[in-house]
Ligand binder design. Sequence first.
Ligand SMILES: CC(C)(COP(=O)(O)OP(=O)(O)OC[C@H]1O[C@@H](n2cnc3c(N)ncnc32)[C@H](O)[C@@H]1OP(=O)(O)O)[C@@H](O)C(=O)NCCC(=O)NCCS
Length: 181
Amino acid sequence: MDSSASQAGGTALGFRAFDEADIPAVHEYTSDPEVCRWSTWGPNTLDQTASFVGEAVRGSLAESPTAFTLAAVVGGRAIGSVSVWTTDMHDRNGELGYTFHRAHWGKGYATEAVRHLLHLGFNVLGLERIGATCHPGNAGSVRVLEKSGFSREGLLRSHRLVNGARRDSLLFSKLRGEHLR
Ligand SMILES: CC(C)(COP(=O)(O)OP(=O)(O)OC[C@H]1O[C@@H](n2cnc3c(N)ncnc32)[C@H](O)[C@@H]1OP(=O)(O)O)[C@@H](O)C(=O)NCCC(=O)NCCS
C-alpha cells in the first residue's frame, strides 16, 4: 500500500491501494466513452472494471513490487487510476499511465499524479527511464507529459490495435537524472 496526499486545485488529492469496494466508483469513469476516447481499452463492462480492480488489489499485496497501480482519491473516493510499472528489469525501464473521472479534469490532478508516479518509479522501483505513450490527438495527455518534463521522442507508427483499427502513438520519456535535477 502506498499513499500520499497533496493539494491540487484546492482539494486534497491522495493516492492509495485499490480496494474491491472501489469498483462502482471506478466504473463511473472506466465506462465513460469520453474518458476512453484515446485509450487502448474501454468503455469497460462492469466485469472488466472488476477484473482491473481485482488485479490492482492483488498487485498491491506483492512483497517486492515491480509496479504500482493506485487509486487517486478525493475525500476517500476513487476518481482516477494511476500506474507506474517496470517493463524491463535488466535495463531498468518502466512506463506510466493515468485516467481520471471526467468531472475532475482540469484541476491539475493528472500533473500531480505524474509527479507522484515519477517519485515511485525512480525512488522506489529504481527505474532509470520512464516512458509514456499516448495518441497524437490526446492533447490533454500530451500537455501533462510536457508539463512534467518528459521529452517527446517521436511517433510510433501503427503502434496499437484498437477496436480493429491501427493507431499511431507519440512516445515520451523522462530519465532519472532529469528527475533528480
Ligand atoms: C488526459 C487527462 C489525464 C488530463 O487530466 P487533468 O487532470 O485534466 O490534467 P491537468 O489538470 O493536470 O492538466 C495539465 C495540463 O493539460 C492541459 N489540458 C488538460 N486537458 C486538456 C485538453 N483536453 N486539451 C488541451 N489541454 C488540456 C491543462 O490545461 C493543463 O495545462 P496548463 O497547466 O498549461 O493549463 C484527463 O483528461 C483524462 O483522464 N483523460 C482520459 C484518459 C486519458 O486520456 N489518459 C491518458 C492516456 S495516454
